[in-house]
Design a protein around this ligand. Structure first.
Ligand code: ADP
Ligand code: MG
Length: 593
């Protein structure tokens, strides 16, 4: 697994996880049996929420369904460790091969993890294209279906009855080992190539796709890994409790684990630890209250439901006061250990081999609106082509089709041997077509470096990704912002970062949709000078949308003009300037901003 974060962050992070978990295990040796049990439960919960955070935190999709995988881990591992005599007595309907198998805890857990992985792959394939709340609801359905299966499959699960006789193998050190595995995997995944891509997709799926990220695929990978870790937590829990029933893996426990995730902050492992700690402490406290306490001078009576109500309130407070959780979006070491980016080399960013992009008869309809109407254009390799037209004339829609963001309703687009209408959107960057967006689409909470790095890692096989990233940042003069969070930059700098992110893909043609919007005169001039340089020195072709006609005239070799979705003129700046239809379109519409 390739790790994208520097060693100076990852090593302290992993060491701290090791120390924290070992400390819990050691402390547990000096406490009462009750507290020792609570600490085991704490470690198992932490295992589970590291797993949930790995998926939900990095993808941005909240999951209600992960306890289904915990259940599979619990039941599958228990079926394998349950002594034969107990199986004979409690599960007479088991198939012979299962009735006769008795494994140790770790082999059984491993087997349960494999079963869960297979199941998660099946489910993942079914839901991997779903986004946002649709995906969340699908996970809720998963939880309910799994509950139904556990209750219905009596021969194997004893149905709603208690499944018992499971050897109590999970002591504090077993839990500690399991928990450490989950924490380390979650931490490494977050900064793996897949994890960084997925976080890019979380921040802006369209932009991530445009720089070569196959977002559904990364979601799928995270889903399967997190399911595997959920199974581990399930096996630990089953062999701690010794007896359980399907309701252990249903709403109540989902609620408590989600509380930990939300309170701590689901996008970091630091957050998982903070959430597990706070919610465990509060729960223990409230549970004491629930049974009633005698304060000497007055007795607080028993109040049922105190714990649930208390945790519910805690979630509410967290959502209002700290929507990203106690830890925020950064791991502790990202906050406290300064990055040193010494020694990152640069490489010349040579444009990809290019062929003309030929678009024929592109028509795109949105309901009744024909946004582009039978547009035919050719973009020659290495040219600077201006695309102008009044507001709403279809410029952005045309570029969206040329860059794979939108499929044309009719028409063809080709580039050499590539049929661009059939090419999956995340493949455009690698065939040499990169872009920026009219409304800036950065990965807002990632650093400037990471914004560009994601693109470097997802194009050209990820080769020289660090050096290419530095080179692109230098080209656009934003390297001094490398470690700033992207959304803290000025508009002008954000636009430059967006262009750097496109350049790092080493495109042969770059689409710039109003790149100077929000820039002052000086910034605009600087940008145009840079664009000219990119074209001259690197041979990158540019399609530029802008409203500033003087600027477009000065920079472009050729200009095409759209009006009401139709191509009305095409030619050199001089030809277009004198074109009657163009003059009419511009004079005729008072608003061409
Ligand atoms: P321009 O970039 O030239 O200002 P657009 O391509 O954004 O123009 O828009 C062209 C037309 O298509 C407009 O009438 C706009 O309202 C419509 N349009 C653009 N995108 C969408 C969409 N996603 N859904 C519906 N209508 C759209
Ligand atoms: Mg537009």
């Amino acid at each position: 697994m390739r790790i994208t974060a520097p060693r100076s962050h990852i090593l302290p992070a992993l060491s701290m996880l090791f120390i924290a978990v070992a400390a819990v295990a050691v402390v547990s040796g000096f406490t009462s049996a009750t507290i020792a049990r609570s600490l085991v439960v704490f470690l198992i919960s932490l295992t589970a929420i590291s797993a949930m955070g790995l998926y939900s935190g990095n993808s941005g999709i909240l999951s209600f369904g992960h306890l289904a995988f915990m259940a599979v881990g619990a039941y599958a591992s228990s079926l394998l460790t349950l002594p034969a005599n107990i199986k004979g007595a409690t599960l007479p309907g088991l198939p012979d091969w299962l009735a006769d198998t008795t494994l140790g805890f770790w082999p059984a857990t491993l087997a349960a993890i494999f079963v869960t992985i297979a199941l998660a792959m099946l489910i993942g394939l079914a839901i991997w294209r779903l986004e946002g709340s649709a995906a969340t609801i699908a996970t809720l359905a998963l939880l309910i279906i799994m509950h139904g299966v556990l209750i219905g499959w009596r021969d194997v699960t004893r149905g709603a009855q208690t499944f018992f006789g499971v050897p109590r193998e999970t002591g504090i050190w077993t839990a500690a080992i399991g928990c450490l595995v989950a924490l380390v995997v979650a931490r490494l995944y977050r900064d793996s190539v897949s994890g960084l891509r997925l976080r890019g997709g979380r921040e802006n799926a369209i932009a991530a796709t445009a720089v070569g990220v196959n977002v559904p695929r990364e979601r799928f990978i995270a889903f399967v890994i997190s399911a595997a870790l959920m199974a581990l937590s399930g096996a630990l829990l089953a062999h701690f409790l010794g007896a359980f029933s399907p309701k252990k893996f249903y709403f109540t426990d989902t609620f408590f684990l989600l509380a930990m995730l939300i309170v701590g902050g689901m996008s970091t492992v630091t957050g998982a630890i903070m959430g597990a700690t706070v919610v465990t402490l509060v729960t223990e406290l409230l549970r004491r209250l629930e049974t009633g306490i005698d304060l000497g001078f007055m007795a607080i009576p028993q109040v049922f439901g105190t714990t649930q109500i208390g945790i519910g309130l805690l979630i509410l407070v967290a959502l209002v006061k700290r929507p990203d959780g106690l830890s925020g979006l950064l791991e502790w070491e990202e906050r406290f250990i300064p990055l040193r980016r010494k020694g990152v080399k640069t490489v010349p960013l040579i444009a990809a081999q290019s062929e003309p992009v030929i678009a024929q008869n592109l028509t795109k309809r949105f309901g009744g609106v024909v946004a582009t109407n039978d547009v035919t254009i050719t973009i020659k390799p290495g040219e600077i082509l201006g695309l102008i037209g009044p507001n709403g004339s279809g410029k952005t829609t045309l570029v969206n089709q040329l860059s794979g963001i939108l499929r044309p309703s009719e028409g063809r687009i080709s580039m050499g041997a590539h049929d661009l209408v059939k090419l999956p959107p995340h493949r455009f960057a690698d065939v040499g077509l990169a872009r920026t967006f009219q409304n800036i689409r950065l990965f807002e909470t990632l650093s400037v470096f990471q914004n560009v790095h994601v693109a470097a890692l997802s194009t050209k096989g990820g080769i020289d990704a660090d050096a290419r990233t530095m080179s692109a940042l230098n080209l656009m003069d934003v390297a001094h912002h490398a470690d700033a969070q992207a959304n803290t930059l000025s508009y002008g700098d954000q636009r430059r970062v967006e262009i750097a992110r496109a350049l790092v893909c080493q495109p042969s043609l770059i689409f710039l949709d109003e790149p100077a919007a929000g820039m002052n005169r000086e910034e605009t001039d600087d940008l145009m000078e840079r664009l000219r340089g990119l074209n001259r020195d690197l041979g990158i072709g540019i399609l530029l949308i802008d409203h500033d006609l003087a600027l477009v005239n000065a920079l472009c070799d050729r200009i095409v003009v759209l009006n009401e979705g139709r191509l009305i003129a095409e030619g050199t700046p001089d030809e277009v300037r004198q074109n009657k239809a163009v003059i009419e379109a511009y004079i005729g519409t008072s608003n061409h901003s």
